[in-house]
Design a binder for this molecule. Structure first.
Ligand SMILES: [Zn+2]
Length: 188
């Protein structure tokens, strides 16, 4: 894969995200897009009268799993921007034809080498602090059923953290909130 992260500039990306993802041209016909009110909200509408393209800026669904063993939670250290070297719950963006449960299982295996079985749904979060896009994060609880723990793909390191000794650098607000919610629900 080409290195698309070389010039990662979070401030510039936040700005672009807030400007309808920076999209300027219609992906169907190549005409200019025009920012206008459509269905009551700002959208990017194709200026070609014969083209029906409208860009709706929607959050991107993501899924992951909270895996707890001996009162410790499994976290991964991020290998790619944003927030390289910060920790997060193993999770990732949904592929087109996946169910979020498939996404959670696939992402955990890709990042940690571990095969999991989801045991229940945990919670859904809105993520707005990723400079690339907004996300809807669906988290499950899971048990490990196989595999061998090793960091790979998007992860530099994989390890368990005691809930009383979580790392300071946890990458996203939704992940910090999820860990706090887990503590509030299951560790009294
Ligand atoms: Zn068009």
């Amino acid at each position: 894969m080409m290195d698309k992260h070389k010039n990662f500039d979070a401030d510039a990306l936040f700005k672009r995200k807030d400007q309808m993802s920076g999209y300027r041209f219609c992906p169907l016909c190549g005409s200019n897009l025009n920012r206008e009110k459509f269905d009551g909200r700002p959208r990017m509408v194709c200026t070609d009268a014969n083209c029906d393209f409208v860009f709706y800026q929607n959050p991107i669904p993501a899924a992951g799993a909270i895996i707890v063993k001996d009162d410790s939670v499994l976290l991964v250290k991020r290998a790619h921007p944003p927030k390289v070297n910060w920790w997060c719950i193993p999770a990732g963006f949904m592929e087109w034809s996946e169910h979020p449960t498939d996404t959670a299982i696939r992402e955990v295996e890709e990042e940690t080498g571990l095969k999991i079985k989801l045991t229940s749904f945990f919670e859904v979060y809105s993520g707005q602090d990723d400079p690339r896009n907004n996300a809807v994060l669906m988290l499950y609880l899971a048990d490990i059923v196989g595999g061998k723990m090793r960091a790979s793909d998007d992860a530099l390191e994989v390890r368990y953290f005691k809930f009383d000794d979580l790392p300071e650098k946890i990458a996203f607000i939704s992940h910090r909130q999820a860990l706090a919610d887990y503590v509030a629900r299951y560790r009294k």
